[in-house]
Design a protein around this ligand. Sequence first.
Ligand code: NAD
Ligand code: ZN
Length: 349
Amino acid sequence: MNALTFQGKEKISYTTVPDPVILDPGDAIVRVSCCAICGSDLHVYHEREKGIERGTAMGHEFTGEIVEVGEQVKNFKTGDLVMSPFTTSCGQCFYCRAGLTCRCIHSQLFGWVENGHGLHGGQAEWVRVPLADSTLVKIPDGISREEALLLGDVLSTGFYCARQAQVKSNGVYAIVGCGPVGLMAVIGAREMGAQKIFAIDTQPERLEKAKEFGAIPIDASNQSAREVIQESTEGRGADGILEAVGSGPAVKLAYELVRPGGIISSVGVCTDANLAFSPVEAYNKNLTYTIGRCPARFMMNQLVPLVQQKKYNIASLFTHRMKLEQGAVGYEIFSGKKDNCLKVLLEVG
Ligand code: NAD
Ligand code: ZN
């Protein structure tokens, strides 16, 4: 089959790789119908996250049709249309039962092969899905392929970010970063009833989208987020910050914007060696800081009804569509935010 494979820093190629096969009786093979490029893929692309092997099929946002199941798979049969969270999970361990499916003791991340171990990704014609019964979800009625892709990662992650920030109805919140994840965090905060949501970025079209989803945009290239937020909170700062960038400056900004006793909820993957604020700075603000991978398999179930309502046009995040074979160009456009690119959908086959 063909897949978009990692070939070194900023080098993604459309190459022929071995077809995936059933390795375990709980596996399923999915023929991918479409997949997407995520901000998390960019950490690999730019080699901010190291360790992934050359030749690894990239990507963890995919949807498609089951073409083969292992003999222990009970919930799916060939022909089922499925969506997938970005990590696998067993559904039975301590973490799965606690709703922290991303920390399942058997969990694997799609698109990560290191020292010969791991799982190839979904930016490919086919993908092997271990623990298929507890990982995959049949695409429910009224959910499009685009929405299914977003449920598997960025929508779930945005809502998880809001949940971790303990958004309350009388609170003032700020989203740092209006990429796909930050935009879904805007919706998450809104659905949890936030009174006021500020959204911070430097990209005008992304800020426009944040406004469309219900936030007050702050363009950090010509406005001081700190001043704007202090003005609307009697000088206190925001009750919670939803950080969806994954960089030292973004975390530092979150620290500056949060009020004493407030919460910073980070879903951005920051690969720096240290946190952007010190223990004593955290102490001096009585800060609660929460960070981590989204338990997407758990969140997906909860978010299906909202997506079915079509209250928000989340599929509008996909500003660019192209064939899988053009994926290398997709990476360049998405990483460079060229042509106002917000998210790339890759059609397979
Ligand atoms: P993206 O790169 O498309 O978006 C990041 C946005 O942040 C951009 O619009 C950029 O202009 C903005 N930005 C950069 N620096 C900023 C700053 N200092 N202040 C304000 N805005 C700034 O990425 P995405 O797909 O939206 O993903 C965002 C982050 O979430 C990434 O780090 C990604 O790895 C992470 N992520 C985490 C999980 C999880 O489970 N925790 C899941 C998916 C993605
Ligand atoms: Zn992703």
